[in-house]
Design a binder for this molecule. Structure first.
Ligand SMILES: Cc1ncc(C[n+]2csc(CCOP(=O)(O)OP(=O)(O)O)c2C)c(N)n1
Length: 189
């Protein structure tokens, strides 16, 4: 299973949650599988999906899922301590761990050589931190959606991506419709 098939498997579990998605192929793949105004696609900033998602979860009652990559989390490891300390019950960090910098050519990351992001997350203080094979990730996400977080799910998959085309939305359009969706959710709360 690669990231694309993993995303296909988890999308049916995501209903009205807000999703922040890692830049590059992950965002293109998520867009191609399903697009809506609850998705915020990162277009350039590597390592910040978790931080943006955490910040959003501090401001709204709805659940926020950050879909991140192992390379990006390794670049911003401090995010795990911040997630632990903020202790947001409505935040899930879903890490697609393909052991590579997939969007730039599948160069191996340290997780391909033994670094465990779930163990680091647990040591940072996030009690609900698990590593699962990609095939078990949808069930794990479903479980986490039904219990208070914060949760970290590290889904292990193979490197590789199908051919994708760029997302045909401008960064401003992505921002504006996401902002409207947040406003609507806040108005309902
Ligand atoms: C600060 C920064 N450094 C490097 C890049 C170039 N870059 C874009 S995506 C990417 C790889 C991301 O790897 P990962 O987060 O593991 O996600 P994957 O594509 O493997 O799903 C890199 C190195 C960038 N956009 N920003």
């Amino acid at each position: 299973m690669r990231r694309y098939e993993l995303l296909q498997s988890i999308v049916p579990e995501i209903t009205n949650e807000f999703v922040i998605c890692n830049l590059g192929f992950p965002s293109q793949e998520l867009y191609s599988i399903r697009d809506n105004d609850h998705h915020f696609y990162m277009l350039g900033s590597m390592g910040l999906s978790s931080s943006i998602g955490l910040g959003l979860s501090m401001e709204i009652e709805d659940t926020v899922i950050s879909i991140d990559g192992d390379g990006s989390v390794l670049m911003n490891l401090g995010t795990l301590s911040t997630i632990a300390l903020e202790d947001c019950k409505n935040f899930i960090l879903f890490i697609v761990d393909n052991g590579s910098y997939g969007s730039t050519g599948d160069q191996p990351t340290h997780t391909a050589k033994g670094t465990s992001l779930a163990a680091i997350a647990k040591a940072a203080g996030i009690k609900s931190s698990v590593e699962v094979p990609g095939s078990a990730a949808a069930a794990e996400l479903k479980k986490c959606l039904g219990t208070p977080g914060p949760h970290v799910i590290v889904a292990k998959v193979d490197p590789g991506s199908p051919a994708m085309t760029p997302i045909p939305l401008t960064s401003l359009a992505i921002r504006d419709r996401f902002r409207e969706a947040i406003k609507a959710a806040k108005a309902k709360a």
